[in-house]
Structures are given as C-alpha cells and as structure tokens.
Design a protein around this ligand. Structure first.
Ligand SMILES: Cc1cc2nc3c(=O)[nH]c(=O)nc-3n(C[C@H](O)[C@H](O)[C@H](O)COP(=O)(O)OP(=O)(O)OC[C@H]3O[C@@H](n4cnc5c(N)ncnc54)[C@H](O)[C@@H]3O)c2cc1C
Length: 312
C-alpha cells in the first residue's frame, strides 16, 4: 500500500507573509496543506523592528509579533509547517515531487512558491571579511550593538531610510550613503529622516571598500560626480541596496525575468501548470507585506481551482 504521509494537496515553499497567507487559505479550503520553511516563519518580516503600514494595526506592530500571529492563525486551520530547505522540484503532471536538502521527498498536486528575496550584497572588498563584525543587513538584529557609535546605512530606498531612522535609537550618528542626489524612499520617510538630527546624508557616493582591524573602522567612498575619494570613520555599516529573489533552485524549471524573479499571470500561475508563485519572489511593481498577503490569497484560490479541475 502507498504511504500517504508525505502526500499533500498543496505544498507551500517559504513561510513569509505570502506563504503563511496561502497556507491559511488552502487550509480553510480543507485542502491537505504543508508549508516548508528553511528558517523562521515570518521571513523578512521577522527582521523588521516596527511596521506602520500594515492595515488593521493602527498603532503599528513589531515584525516578530505580526509573524507569530500569522503563523498561529494559519496553524489554527490545520496548516502543517516543517523546517527544511527545498532544493529541487520535479514537476510531474499528476503529482509534483519536492526534494529537500538531505534527500527527504514530499509530493503534492499543486505547489505555491513563496520563497521571497534576500538582501543584495555590495560586492566590495571587506564586506565578506567583516560580515557579522560590523557589516550587517538587519538593523533589528544588530542595531543594539552600536549604542553610542557611528554607523553608515548604504542605500536610498524605503528599507534603507526606515532602518536608518530606527538605528538613531542606538547610534550617536547615522550616515546615509546614497549613490544618487535624492532618496527613492516614500515622502513620509524622507521627511522624518531629514528632520532627524542624528542622520546625515552623503549624496552621490559609492562605497568602494570596507576597512577595519578586528571590526569595521571606516569606509572608502567615491563621489560619482566629482570622482573624489574620501574616508568615512564608522563602527558599522548596514547595507540596504536591493534584493535577490530566492529562485536559484528553480532555474530551468519555469520562466523567470532578467533579474530572476518568477513570471506569473493574473492568477499567479507560473509557466508550469499547477505551480503558482506569490510574494516578493515574483516579478511585480510593489514588494510589501500587503501585496505579499494578497498574492498568497490569490495563489491559494488558484491552486484550489487547479486541483478541483484535476479531479474532473
Ligand atoms: C528591513 C526591511 C524592512 C521592511 N519594512 C517593511 C514595512 O515596513 N512594510 C512592508 O509592508 N514591508 C516591509 N518590508 C518588505 C516585506 O518584509 C516583504 O515585502 C515581505 O516580507 C515579502 O514576503 P514574502 O512572503 O514574499 O517573502 P519573505 O518574507 O522573503 O519570506 C520568504 C521565506 O521563504 C523562505 N525560503 C526561501 N527559500 C527557501 C527554500 N528553498 N526552501 C524553504 N524555504 C525557503 C525564507 O527563509 C523566508 O522565510 C521590509 C523588508 C525589509 C528587509
């Protein structure tokens, strides 16, 4: 007799807001659902100190609490969650097979990819050497180590500016180093950052090297307009220069755009029937928690439809 313990209607890969919402919807639809997460439920949200733009929480909510609430809510309706890193998908017609690092396998009628994205590195000398010793990609995780210190935040988008403001809680001064002469961040964040006496902007500048001894001591900067080189003394640097989608294990399986984000249609179907994508991992104009949860719901309903058509 066939062992059905590893067989599901839907398997969701990734436990950020997109994956947890997909799991909430598929479980409430009474589909046997499994979510596989390689780290912690919540994904990037676990690294956000305070969230002000998620509707329903008018006073704001911490990233950790929102993650825990989303996980609890999905589990309440029967979503199973296991820890594991998916390394391969074999997309057979009837049952798709998922392989985890270590060789364990699971099967499902439909798959929802919600593997999100990871912060991009600067790819400069010293970045790898001082990672965890002054170089960080997570202000919530590491900000408290920089009490009374000088730090730099690299980037000019929402994440960079939001986290620079947060870091002023600890640091004596926060330099925002940006390669352009204006920020990309939303206006309210720009206004708050400009009004914050602990934040200083260094415009038109690229970080060329991260220097130090045991830990970070300084950054070598270059002004892109004048070509002038300078040194900025800092004890740490937080890097927010964009993201790379977690699609390495999907190459050759389905259609990706030129930046390796998954291409989907309106129903969030990928180029492989029965495989759907939701959240930051897919090509779309706005990558936020609100859009990730919307995607999770859409992908779940599309997976449900796909399964009911299979039965016919
Ligand atoms: C510093 C920072 C501040 C932010 N602030 C805000 C904000 O204030 N408001 C807002 O709306 N948004 C904010 N965002 C963006 C928001 O966090 C993301 O848009 C959202 O988390 C995307 O959700 P997701 O589920 O698509 O992906 P993610 O949150 O990236 O989750 C993906 C999950 O998939 C897992 N995974 C990846 N590969 C595999 C694999 N092969 N096998 C198993 N699991 C895998 C990962 O471990 C991760 O947990 C912020 C992001 C950052 C980094």
């Amino acid at each position: 007799m066939q062992d059905v313990s590893n067989i599901y209607d839907v398997i969701i890969i990734g436990g950020g807001p997109a994956g947890l919402t997909a799991g909430l919807y598929t479980s409430r639809a009474r589909l046997k659902s499994l979510l596989i997460e390689k780290g912690f439920s919540g994904g990037q949200v676990m690294t956000i100190e305070w969230i002000e733009n998620y509707p329903g929480f008018d006073e704001g909510i911490s990233g950790v609490e929102l993650s825990q609430r989303m996980e609890r809510q999905a589990k309440k309706f029967g979503l199973e969650i296991i820890q594991g890193s998916v390394v391969e998908i074999l997309p057979r017609e009837e049952m798709k097979k998922i392989v985890l690092e270590g060789g364990e396998t699971y099967k499902a009628k439909a798959i929802i990819l919600a593997t999100g994205a990871n912060p991009r590195s600067l790819k400069v000398e010293g970045e790898e050497k001082y990672r965890g010793r002054g170089v960080s990609y997570c202000a919530t995780c590491d900000g408290a180590f920089f009490k009374g210190k000088k730090i730099a935040v690299v980037g000019g988008g929402n994440s960079a500016v939001q986290e620079a403001i947060f870091l002023t809680k600890f640091a004596e001064i926060v330099y925002v180093v940006h390669r352009r002469d204006q920020l990309r961040a939303t206006k309210i964040l720009q206004e708050r950052a400009s009004a914050n006496p602990k934040i200083q902007f260094i415009w038109d500048s690229l970080v060329e090297k991260i220097d130090g001894k045991e830990t970070v001591n300084s950054l070598s900067l270059k002004n892109v307009k004048t070509g002038e080189a300078s040194t900025l003394d800092v004890d740490g640097v937080f890097i927010y220069v964009g993201y790379n989608p977690n699609t390495e294990f999907l190459k050759g399986l389905l259609r990706l755009d030129e930046h390796n984000y998954i291409l989907t249609d309106e129903e969030l179907s990928t180029s492989v029937p029965g495989i759907f994508a939701a959240g930051d991992v897919r090509a779309k104009p706005l990558k936020q928690i609100t859009t990730a949860v919307g995607d999770g719901a859409t992908a779940a309903v599309s997976a449900e439809k796909y399964i009911s058509q299979m039965k016919k």
